[in-house]
Design a protein. Structure first.
Length: 330
């Protein structure tokens, strides 16, 4: 509701020259007094009428309401802004905490995964080592088995061969003729038709040293071995038996131009069997074993007459038989 205008009433006397008294408490000198210049009302002060006062008060009331609305609008905006900031801050803090928890969980999971991977890698390394060792053992066993089979096949191919060592060598000699003369000296009848082949094997340098050396050098030099292959194995065995009976015979009468040398007749062995037989003889000699011999390409050793013969197949057998020695593989 609009307030009443309580402007004081004015009393104007009919006399135009009379002075009008104003209530000082209700009149504003600047706003409410209007002086009329000239005329009879020069000394008369007029107040605004009630209608103008009411309009001013109504206008003042309208301005205050708009200001209040603006204040309320600003307050509500500030409150909304603060609420939004608080809500966003809370949401951000909550999301950050959740993210931190998830990161911690992920870190823990990764650490567990790394630990498990390390464990798996260690186990894989152990398995690989075992597998490599197993494969190596299997490969070694397979290689040894294959080597033994090849050695047996090679020995079977030379089953009819003889190896004659210590027989002096001359230029333009006939190996077939020398073999026939040697067999005759041993008391075995051997025709050249019974011989498949006969040839010298070994290094030529030994022959050169033997031919150009002095007497002592010629005695020390070893002639090359004479390898003879016979048609029948029975003829080979007969020659071997005769050579064992006449153990220690020399080359006298076989090579007349050369000084007599001790001659040995043995069955021919493969390279592997030669190495095994050499080691078996050396260890038998060192340990004072009495016997080391070959028969049909097989190596045997025996301590004395009271012991049984032991077969040597490979270097493992040498280590096993002569257990107090260490023998490297061939």
């Amino acid at each position: 509701m609009k307030a009443k205008c309580d402007c004081p009433s004015t009393s104007i006397s009919k006399s135009s020259n009379s002075n009008i008294l104003l209530r000082s408490s209700a009149v504003s000198p600047a706003d409410n007094v209007i002086l009329s210049p000239g005329g009879s009302n020069d000394n008369v002060t007029l107040r605004k009428n009630a209608t103008a006062c009411a309009q001013d008060r109504e206008q003042a009331e309208y301005v205050t309401e708009r200001s209040l609305r603006e204040i309320m609008k600003n307050e509500m905006a500030d409150m909304l802004k603060v609420f939004i900031q608080q809500h966003v801050t809370e949401q951000f803090i909550t999301a950050t905490n959740d993210l931190c928890k998830k990161m911690e969980k992920l870190t823990s999971t990764l650490e567990n995964f790394n630990a498990r991977m390390s464990n798996v890698e260690e186990r894989v390394a152990i398995v690989e080592k075992r597998l490599d060792a197993t494969v190596n053992r299997e490969d070694s066993a397979a290689f040894a088995n294959l080597q033994a089979k090849l050695n047996q096949c090679e020995q079977a191919c030379i089953a009819n061969d003889l190896e004659i060592t210590g027989l002096p060598e001359e230029k333009n000699e006939s190996p077939l003729h020398l073999t026939s003369i040697l067999a005759k000296k041993l008391g075995v009848t051997l025709d050249e038709r019974d011989i498949v082949s006969a040839e010298r094997v070994g290094r030529k340098t030994i022959v050169a040293e033997y031919e150009r050396g002095k007497e002592e050098d010629a005695t020390a030099a070893r002639p090359r071995a004479l390898v003879v292959r016979l048609v029948q194995r029975g003829a080979r065995d007969e020659l071997l038996r005769a050579a064992r009976v006449r153990r220690g015979f020399d080359s006298a009468g076989i090579v007349p131009a050369a000084a007599p040398r001790r001659v040995y007749v043995n069955e021919r062995l493969t390279r592997l069997n030669k190495q095994l037989f050499y080691r078996a003889r050396e260890e038998s000699r060192r340990l004072k074993w009495k016997f080391a011999w070959t028969k049909n390409g097989t190596i045997f050793v025996r301590r004395d007459y009271t012991q049984t013969a032991i077969r040597i197949r490979d270097h493992v057998d040498i280590v096993r038989v002569f257990s107090d020695i260490t023998v490297s593989p061939i």
